[in-house]
Design a protein around this ligand. Structure first.
Ligand SMILES: [Zn+2]
Length: 421
């Protein structure tokens, strides 16, 4: 059975850091359990070590600390790394063996002392964060660590960030926060939070490493795995989806057909509409089911379907709760749409990148092997400069949407640029 770090693709350095930290954390627990050792002293030593202490005998790379931040491009495995580390902290052997109950329940998402916060909307609010911080301060029921994993820590609202900062500044002795964010840029994570965390940078895994894991773990045929890994541009989850999901492949093909279709102004607007609508449809499919189930569950909890006067009163009093749910669902749907659109834009950027590298005769493998001939034709027609302008148009569109420009407006502007060059 592979250990908990086996799914972390092409991240040897980070895995090494995390293994040593997990061992250090296990040593802290052992020392605390030994009757001759004062627990407080051990934990003080731990905190000092984490702060880059002077103690010359301590390997600075091995230190365990209360707050970590995992950074890297989307798909590099930030939350996979955080979850694996959480498992190693709960592992009976302190290694992340993958077999003991601590490892097993953490990886399955059922460990009582591990909380995964996955924001499903555009931001993580202060109330959610306060509740989380409060629970994280309790004594771990398994006797090891309370671990809180916050994926997309870049979506913390300012107030939520402040609530988290307070907890990180004075951490309860057995609490560990694992944050995941694209980068440590102040737009993603506040400088003060960053300064309290130990950093684990992840890199974009090489296509070969991604293909290897698809073959080994998912049983994907090698040639499909190689194609999917290249097309996904280092995004492990995306590569897996392309290898296994025919719908995802169909959507990608539709996106890559865009450059061929841009024959005039009308066609450019049509292409924009098609892209937006495809993203909406994809997002709707992914959120509709949960949304309906959530609403039904809440209505049942509030007594809808009951006929008594009490039930009617409960419904009136609960209008706020329903409204709150609707607000969260709307935010989640918006996020899903943006994510779907962003995936399409990344595919499109890959196409123009291929055209650019071909125009420059750069000795690099194309991202999209199946549209390489088309990209080659584009390279001849546009030259390097024209290919670069088009690539930039796609990247500008991504940036504009991230900066809250209305997607349709950003995509229409992009399509016109792609057509005109
Ligand atoms: Zn284990």
């Amino acid at each position: 059975m592979p250990d908990v770090f086996a799914d972390l693709v092409g991240q040897d350095e980070a895995v090494d850091t995390l293994r040593r930290a997990a061992a250090a954390a296990a040593a802290v627990l052992r020392a605390a359990a030994a009757p001759t050792t004062a627990v407080g002293d051990e934990l003080d030593a731990l905190a000092e070590e984490a702060g880059g202490a002077e103690a010359a005998t301590v390997d600075p790379g091995a230190g365990m600390t209360h707050a970590w931040i995992f950074t890297g491009p989307p798909g590099s495995g930030r939350s996979v790394a955080a979850r694996a580390f959480a498992a190693a902290l709960q592992c009976a052997y302190g290694t992340g063996c993958g077999e003991c109950p601590g490892c097993h329940t953490t990886m399955a998402g059922t460990h009582a002392d591990v909380r995964m916060v996955v924001p499903d909307g555009l931001s993580i609010g202060v109330n959610e964060m306060r509740a989380l911080v409060l629970r994280a301060a309790s004594t771990p029921s398994g006797g090891r660590w309370q671990v809180v994993v916050i994926s997309d820590a870049d979506r913390l609202t300012e107030a939520a960030g402040n609530a988290l900062l307070k907890a990180i500044e004075e951490p309860p002795p057995r609490t560990v926060f694992l944050l995941c964010a694209p980068s440590t840029h102040p737009d993603d994570v506040s400088v003060t939070i960053r300064s309290r965390c130990r950093l684990v940078p992840l890199r974009q895994p090489a296509p070969d490493a991604v293909a290897e894991v698809l073959v080994r773990r998912d049983g994907v045929p090698p040639d499909v795995a190689r194609w999917a890994a290249a097309a996904a541009q280092g995004h492990v989850g995306r590569a897996r989806r392309l290898a296994n999901d025919p719908e995802a492949r169909k959507r990608r093909e539709a996106v890559l057909a865009v450059p061929r279709r841009l024959t005039g102004v009308g066609a450019a607007f049509d292409a924009a509409s098609a892209l937006i609508e495809a993203a909406e449809a994809e997002a709707e499919a992914s959120v509709a089911e949960t949304a309906a189930a959530e609403r039904a569950a809440l209505e049942t909890a509030l007594g809808a379907g009951g006929t008594g006067r009490g039930a009617a009163g409960a419904i009136r009093g609960a209008a706020g709760q329903l409204k709150d749910l609707e607000r969260r669902q709307k935010s989640r749907a918006t996020r899903a749409q943006r994510d779907a659109l962003d995936r399409a834009l990344v595919d499109l950027a890959g196409f123009y990148r291929d055209a650019l590298t071909m125009a420059l005769r750069a000795p690099v493998a194309p991202v999209h092997t199946d549209t390489a001939a088309l990209a080659g034709a584009g390279a001849q027609k546009w030259d390097a400069e024209g290919a670069l302008r088009r690539l930039e148009a796609v990247l500008e569109c991504r940036a504009a949407i991230e900066a809250n420009v209305k997607p349709r407006i950003a995509v229409e502007a992009m399509m016109l640029s792609l057509w005109k060059g």
